[in-house]
Design a protein around this ligand. Sequence first.
Ligand SMILES: NC(=O)c1ccc[n+]([C@@H]2O[C@H](COP(=O)([O-])OP(=O)(O)OC[C@H]3O[C@@H](n4cnc5c(N)ncnc54)[C@H](OP(=O)(O)O)[C@@H]3O)[C@@H](O)[C@H]2O)c1
Length: 189
Amino acid sequence: MSRILNGIVAVCPDLGIGSNGNLPWHPVRLANEFKHFRRMTATPSVKDKQNVVIMGRRTWFSIPEKNRPLNNRINIVLSRALKAPPAGAHHLAPDFNSALKLVDVELADQVDQVWVIGGSSLYKDLMESPGTKRLFVTQILKQFECDTFLPEIRPDRYRLLPEFPGVPPELQKENGIQYRFEVYESIEQ
Ligand SMILES: NC(=O)c1ccc[n+]([C@@H]2O[C@H](COP(=O)([O-])OP(=O)(O)OC[C@H]3O[C@@H](n4cnc5c(N)ncnc54)[C@H](OP(=O)(O)O)[C@@H]3O)[C@@H](O)[C@H]2O)c1
């Protein structure tokens, strides 16, 4: 079965997504942006199923311990080095394809949507995966210093959707930081 793969990311103008293991705007909190992340990733469209979040080891450990695992979601962590899921995580996978196989075979009956939530190499794996992909991008309209980056969203491979259900189209502002929610969908090649 081929399912849509979703990615979600908040990104600075230079495509920066992280700094020192944190979000670039840390310690500033963008509470409504975080609510958007939670609403999108934690809301299945089918009753009695859960969404899956797939993340790299560093993204897992960037989540405050009290918030791990991300609730109401099946948490899969990718690592080549770990031999067992880190405490609190539901599953460990040695690479992206193994994570997708886990979802489509072992967890098939329980899973609705699949969400890739970072970091860099997972977004790259997602963008280059076959099939339909959607990228939920929060464009942060202020530059912060970053050491981790999102791969380019190639305009020949992804188109910006004019609107998307449940995604506010208007400019947002929190703690003096403006941002905008965008949704991109892969173009059939
Ligand atoms: N702005 C946002 O929306 C957003 C979202 C997520 C994360 N972030 C930020 O991004 C930073 C973390 O991202 P990151 O890119 O540095 O790290 P990451 O992708 O979260 O984690 C990297 C680690 O994950 C494992 N991994 C990654 N790809 C793998 C693969 N294909 N197969 C197997 N294992 C794989 C490896 O773990 P091992 O070394 O254990 O093998 C690798 O060292 C933090 O600053 C975080 O706050 C921001």
